[in-house]
Design a protein around this ligand. Sequence first.
Ligand SMILES: Cc1cc2nc3c(=O)[nH]c(=O)nc-3n(C[C@H](O)[C@H](O)[C@H](O)COP(=O)(O)O)c2cc1C
Length: 263
Amino acid sequence: MVFYFTATGNSLYVAKQLDEERLSIPREMRKENRRYKAGTIGIVCPLFEFEIPRLVKEFIRDSAFEADYFYLVVTYGMHHGGVAQRTQAWLESLGKAADYINTIIMHDNALIVFDMDQQRGVEAEKQVDAHIDAIKSDIAEKKTMIQQAPAEETDFYRHFTEWIRQSGPMYTFPLYRVADGCVGCGTCARVCPRGCVRLADGKPEYDYTHCLSCMACIQACPTKALQFATIREPNPNARYRNPHIALREIIAANQQDPDAGNR
Ligand SMILES: Cc1cc2nc3c(=O)[nH]c(=O)nc-3n(C[C@H](O)[C@H](O)[C@H](O)COP(=O)(O)O)c2cc1C
């Protein structure tokens, strides 16, 4: 049994290769009294600012897992910053622990830093499939391991947290604006894992209360009419979805309101 959270498909691509029984975290979060029992239970999710996403933390914290083997795989694009060790320490603070935590470098979907067009093709360079195969073997063998971070990775994390401490939050809300090309298709509303978007008079309207800044909405907009409100990104015309994952799979994983996009 593997639980996954994905904004642009990388983590789903990995989860698909690790287990046939896959459950979407945003959908599971709608259930009360979450108790899961299986021989092996895994979590696959992206890295957001050197941490596993808030939603994934809430899911782990407030669910009961009964498994012989519990693992996490975190997908990231540039620097993992030692997230495996930090996540294990956090789990231990909850009285939980993982048998295995590893990371896997993939296409970096951080729109505010990277031009998605320049990132294209990095899958081969980053040897994504070879890394997935190695992790798959580890899990099949029930290997016990928490990835140890080299000093330069923890330095990235330290510098980042110091920078955030000095400069304040990275994102200010409203995060997005709707430009002229919006055709009111509602894709943004359907891919949002937190149900933050609804269509009003045929245009997306945001309630940022629960927004994770995961960027699923801006990445999936078919006309690129969703843009950052204030952040200057490297290429406002380039957007990303994992090439092996269909838009309908991201919608199926994340859609919160079955009527979203139809109002
Ligand atoms: C808000 C945000 C923050 C991110 N922070 C990091 C980071 O700290 N380090 C990193 O290497 N990649 C970072 N990334 C890149 C993603 O972790 C990476 O592309 C991931 O594979 C995306 O997974 P998904 O397609 O399943 O959503 C970030 C992406 C986003 C959208």
